[in-house]
Every structure is written in structure tokens, then in C-alpha cells.
Design a protein around this ligand. Sequence first.
Ligand SMILES: Cc1ncc(COP(=O)(O)O)c(C=O)c1O
Length: 391
Amino acid sequence: MTERPIYLDHNATTPVDPRVFTAMTPYLTSEWGNPSSSHAYGVRAHAALEDARARVAALIGANPSEIVFTGSGSEADALAIRGAALAALTSDPRFAGTLTRTRPHVITQATEHPAVLAACQELADLHGVEVTMLPVDGAGRLSPDDVAAAITPATVLVTVMHANNETGTLQPLREIAAVTHARGVLLHTDAAQSVGKVPVDVRELGVDLLTVVGHKMYAPKGIAALYVRDGVALRPLVGGGGQEHGLRAGTENVAYAVGLGRAADLAIASLAAGESARLADLRDRLEARLRDLLPGRVHLNGHRTERLPNTLNVRIDGVRALTLLAAVPSVAASAGSACHAGRDRPSPVLTAMGLGEREALTALRLSVGRWTTAEEIDSAAEAIARAAAEA
Ligand SMILES: Cc1ncc(COP(=O)(O)O)c(C=O)c1O
């Protein structure tokens, strides 16, 4: 069998942890009850679902009643953003269900994931919601002062990601939460990339809504969760059987929820065992090796310290990232966002940070994970540097 490439693309997706798979399998085989059924099959499925909910809640410092399972991170983002704005549009007396009065207002920022940007665009296009897109600085950070200045009496929601998927840059969420609380505005954060990599506590951050994504933390694709602070009103995107506290109709995917619950346990254990520091060591080793092998040609994108421990986004002068990656089949990494892989267009995240098109096209996104080794880092750095030197 040919050897598989060294995987340095954990922000795109992670492998399923074998312990997650083991926890899930009974719910794909013998334990197939519908958690809404009142007989023994349903009771067992319901118990497993609620146990998983409690585990996900424990990972982020929430109450189990504040966790809603969804089918993807994109769906959790849409439920938070559209759900909060539509709840305001239909029940807040300021808007009184008519667009002839003040329009509800939502604030976001330029480096959000397309799932967030699309949810905001949908509100603007279909529901007359006013959307403000705030800029970021050269490291990709949003200024809490800009958030404060953008809030109007009609603002219902601010949505700002915790960590960026391409650069790993962390936003100053606590400071932004202080602003939104003082002004009575809800704060949603897409924490798809930070949960499991750094400690995330919803109360400490002060957020009202938070997105967790399974396939970024060693659970399968197709399962995610939204934290909805007790007392926050959302309008569901899908109605029907009243599952998930009435916020997401559809018979729950018990096996995948159990997988996310087990992944949450493992994340708690690995954070307690110092995983963030181990990831940061590997990330920094990779950068140091590249700088040694390509003197003067390697430049960091994103914030040097306020950054995910596993993420390295670098420009290598003189070579387009897609050309470079094609020349290094032994390494699996991304140029710009994996969601747009294959298209040689500059990343909107990097251009929002002020990079020119040529510079942005040289950006390489490398992200380490649970099973990455120092040997893999050294081999990958050598392979990348060799190809860059020959380019
Ligand atoms: C920051 C961020 N938000 C949302 C998502 C979307 O998650 P999903 O692929 O489960 O819809 C991703 C994954 O690409 C992400 O990186």
C-alpha cells in the first residue's frame, strides 16, 4: 500500500477518534430506538441522547438544557443568526412584524466563515434586516470599539467567530461581550475551530449563542450543536415534531450525538493533559523549520500570540500555494480556505486583513492535530521547503 500523505489540514476536518466510533456503534446497530418513543427502545435512545447533551454542555460550561443538536456547523450558525433576528422581527415591539418601521440590525465582521456570511445575507435579502460588516486589522482582529460604535437602537445580534479557520486568529470575545451586554444585544460566536483546541467556557466568554462542530473535534461530519443561553428566544428554521426544545424538528441522530458527546469527553481530558501546549510546540516547530530552510521567505499571517495553538498560516515568497502543494503530494494541507480548495482565488480572509492578491495567493494553511508527530512536522517542512526552493 502506498503511504498516505502527512495530514496537516485539521482545520478542514479531523479524523474520527476510534473511541468516538466505538461509542457510536451500538446506536447504529442494536440501539436503534426513536428517542421520542415512550417504550423501552425509545427510553434507551432518549437516555443516550441526554447523556451526550450533558457531555457537550460540560465541555463548554453550559447547562444540558442549553444545548441543541444540529446536522452541521453551518446549520447551527444559521439557527443562531436567522433564529435570533427572526425572533426579534416577529415578537419585538420595536419591529412589530412590519418592515415599514425600524428594521432589525445585525453586526458581523469580514473574516467570518461563509456559513455566517450567508445567514446574514439571507436576512438582508429576504427579511429586510440591515447588516453591518465590520473590518479587521492586519492580524484579522476586530476592535470592540468598532462594535460599540456600530450598535444602534435597532441592533439585535452581533455575530463574531471565536477563532478563524484559516489563520487561527482569536477574536477579543470577552471585550466584545462586555459591549453587547451593556447595550442589551445578543452575541453569537462560531466556535467551530476553538472548541477542543483551547478552553472554551460560555459564561466566561459571556456569549449568548455558540456553535460547536463535531468534525473539527474528532467526531464525524454531520453533527454539531448550538449553545442557546437559557432565556434567549430563537425562531426555529425547521418546524415539526418539537424535538430539541422545539428549536430543530427532526428525529435526532442519536448515534452521531453520542459521538459528539464522547468527543467532548476526550476534548476535556486532552485539554486537561496539556494538549494546547503540545499542539503549539508542533506548530512552532513547523514554522521554525520552514524559516531555517527558507531564510527570509516565510511570513506569518494572523496574530502571533492570540491564535489557535494548532494553526500556522504562512506566506512563502515567490511561489503560489496551490502550485507548491501540487508539487508536494506527501503533505495534505490547504491554500487559503479548504471550503474553496482548488480555486486559485485569493482568500477573502487574507484580503480583509489587507494582503494584496499576489501575497494572498502564496498563503499556506497548515493545521496540526491529535496524532501529528514531530517526525511528521520535520518531514513536511523539508518537503515543502525543497519544493519552494525549486520553484
Ligand atoms: C469556522 C467554521 N464555521 C463553520 C463551519 C461549517 O461547519 P460544517 O462543515 O459542519 O457545516 C466550519 C467548517 O468548515 C468552520 O471552519
